[in-house]
Design a protein around this ligand. Structure first.
Ligand code: C5P
Length: 307
């Protein structure tokens, strides 16, 4: 039996550069793992079946779940069709939140089953398989802080952030945003001004690689937290406007933004105690607005085998 921790991420930077020939968006992102994690418990079975159970009834445990898709892909690639596993998912990361919870679970299935079945694939091999299943999934394998280019799957690790930095994460549990919708809307609103051509894309990537706030991430030079999808999602989503309004009242936060395609939003703090104090100051307003909150330190790794 193997237990794997699958952490959420936030986007410290999400820049939509343009359109790709495959119809996806060309992105320049900085993704950061945070200490809010799902847990997968994996066990070998002798019946060549791949089974998933979950403590959250609202989540599908059928073939569309990224955990089962990842398990199937890994087994197909290995050629050992007799391999079986029973996987139990303990869901802690909010669903449909822009926190890559589903992607991290899929990445955890790849890492966990690779170990459970003794397949010996490298991290690079697993990242390549992850890229076939979702744009955010390769990042989730090694996690930490990484530049993510292409549609999200081209990874460049950056220096580890100050461990103390923490995020106050806020989300309305009853609201989720569809990622395909957010990108489609982005194209409708901003497609005319997208950059065109590899030269223009590479200039933006280079600017991000050289950003002073990334060398390394620290509280005395905080990131500006750009998210191009925020301008697309915020006008259409009251829960995002409310979350941002409340987080922006916290004068001691370093920066505030939406994560991914939303609707979760976060404020960055120099350390966990200041993050927790800030949450306590707005707890009544958070409750009143129906928003759930989490205080999470940054995490310097991604999927981790715990036992
Ligand atoms: O790869 P993933 O399944 O996470 O992407 C979900 C959807 O989001 C895609 O089908 C696409 O519509 C949109 N997307 C995009 N450009 C990206 C990533 C995602 O347009 N780089």
């Amino acid at each position: 039996m193997i237990t794997v921790s699958a952490p959420a991420k936030v986007n410290l930077h999400l820049e939509v550069l343009g359109l790709r020939a495959d119809g996806f968006h060309e992105l320049a992102m900085v993704m950061q793992s945070i200490d809010l994690a799902d847990r997968l418990v994996l066990q070998n079975t002798a019946d060549a079946q791949l089974r998933l159970s979950c403590d959250d009834d609202s989540l599908s445990v059928q073939e569309d779940n990224l955990v089962l898709r990842a398990a199937r892909l890994l087994r197909d690639r290995s050629g050992f069709s007799e391999l079986g596993a029973a996987i139990h998912l303990e869901k802690r990361i909010p669903i449909g939140a822009g926190l890559a919870g589903g992607s991290s679970d899929g990445a955890a299935a790849l890492v966990g089953l690779n170990a459970l079945w003794g397949l010996g694939y490298s991290v690079a091999d697993l990242e390549m398989m992850a890229a076939a299943l979702g744009s955010d999934m390769p990042f989730c394998v090694a996690g930490g802080c990484q530049l993510c280019f292409g549609r999200g799957e081209v990874l460049e690790p950056v220096a580890s952030a100050s461990k103390a930095l923490s995020v106050l994460l806020v989300k309305d549990p009853s609201v989720s945003v569809s990622t395909p919708w957010a990108y489609k809307r982005c194209r409708e609103l901003h497609g005319q001004t997208y950059l065109v051509g590899e030269r223009a894309f590479e200039q933006r990537r280079e600017a991000l690689r050289n950003a002073a706030w990334l060398k390394p991430l620290r509280s005395d030079c905080p990131p500006p937290l750009q998210n191009d999808l925020q301008a697309v999602v915020e006008p259409e989503t009251e829960a995002v406007r409310q979350a941002l309004r409340l987080l922006n009242t916290l004068s001691d936060s370093l920066a505030v933004a939406m994560s991914g395609s939303g609707p979760s939003c976060f404020a960055l703090f120099p350390d966990l105690p200041s993050c927790e104090k800030a949450r306590d100051r707005i707890s009544v307003e958070l409750d009143g607005a129906g928003l759930k909150a989490w205080c999470c330190p940054l995490r310097s790794d991604g999927v981790r085998i715990e036992s």
